[in-house]
Design a binder for this molecule. Sequence first.
Ligand SMILES: Nc1ncnc2c1ncn2[C@@H]1O[C@H](COP(=O)(O)OP(=O)(O)O)[C@@H](O)[C@H]1O
Ligand SMILES: [Mg+2]
Length: 383
Amino acid sequence: MESNAAPMAVSYAITLVAGQSDRARAREAAGMAAQTGMAQTGTGPDARQFHDGAGPETVITVSGLVKRYGDVEAVRGIDFTVARGETFGFLGPNGAGKSTTIKILCTLANATAGTAIVAGHDAATERDAVRRNIGLVFQDTTLDTYLTAEQNLRFHAELYGVPRAAVLPRMRQVLEMVGLWDRKDSLVSTYSGGMQRRLEIARGLLHAPHVLFLDEPTVGLDPQTRSSIWAYINDLKKREDITIFLTTHYMDEAEHCDRIAIIDHGKIVAIDTPEALKASIGKDRVQIHTADDQRAIAELTAKFGIEAAVHDGAVTFSVASGEQFVPRLFTEFSVPIQSVSVSRPSLDDVFMSYTGSTIRDAEGGAGNEFMRNMAKMRSGGRR
Ligand SMILES: Nc1ncnc2c1ncn2[C@@H]1O[C@H](COP(=O)(O)OP(=O)(O)O)[C@@H](O)[C@H]1O
Ligand SMILES: [Mg+2]
């Protein structure tokens, strides 16, 4: 893993030093970044400003973005904006185009068509300016595991031109945030997977970026570590003026986002707050076990105008509000009811309603988890 680190970091350094298309602008921006770094340490996060001209409210604007790899159209014309301070998530199955999109936004891949503006700069033509404004935490670790945490952070600070005097206080701030300050002198190779991810988040934040990009930040981590990473991310949002763009295929993780875009086969199929998306498909699912299912189905139609059918051995139907409907069922229904379960629409239901398959199905080969979720729904468990 660590062998990846240096080349990527070095390519950043080369780009930052040599510039790409506009050396003068790069030099100017580098100077401004250095000044901002200095100011941040002295005045704290609240005093931060967009240091080079980004509009204050819209931090990411993506228009007509397309990415083709030969015959594969990984991203097929997407449009969205992300507001300052938002936590915005891309939710979709493996292969949906999430990483491709995030790489274009981070200047690590070129779009085939369309534009991406990040922190006021074009990701295609103003790469240096975009890079100075963003932090990256990607799935594959780019930490140097044979160095200590502190050495990793100092290397990063150097690459990003954080002024020398600002490095130690800022390092302490970010390491304390992720609970690793007292382990800063340990070799990263002695860290657990969760600690390494936390260190990567700290490193991504070291140069006080305006936008933090997280590609599947908790994939492969155990549930406890995943929830602690989320505690850090939520805490971070309280402390820093930062916009977060993340990708995930975990439904529960998407619940942490202010807004999510559901992406499938390179297209955004729905975009809104998690609550609004669930509300958009509207209905609670009710399942009842009865003494006579056919009579129950007929009576549901006759008395309540509800279409029901037997699924998974239970009479199944949808109503706007399960809590309000179930008591009526007990008082007004003539068929004896043995058990009832109500489940709210989940983001998986949202995905299903927009794409016709579950995220697990769309990933293929993950049927077991899908079956477990179904079993959970059947038993009335819901999140
Ligand atoms: N470098 C590449 N060359 C060819 N195809 C790629 C490359 N990167 C991604 N793809 C393809 O693009 C599609 C989207 O991939 P990706 O953006 O990584 O999806 P996700 O991150 O949502 O799992 C997939 O079909 C993938 O195989
Ligand atoms: Mg990916």
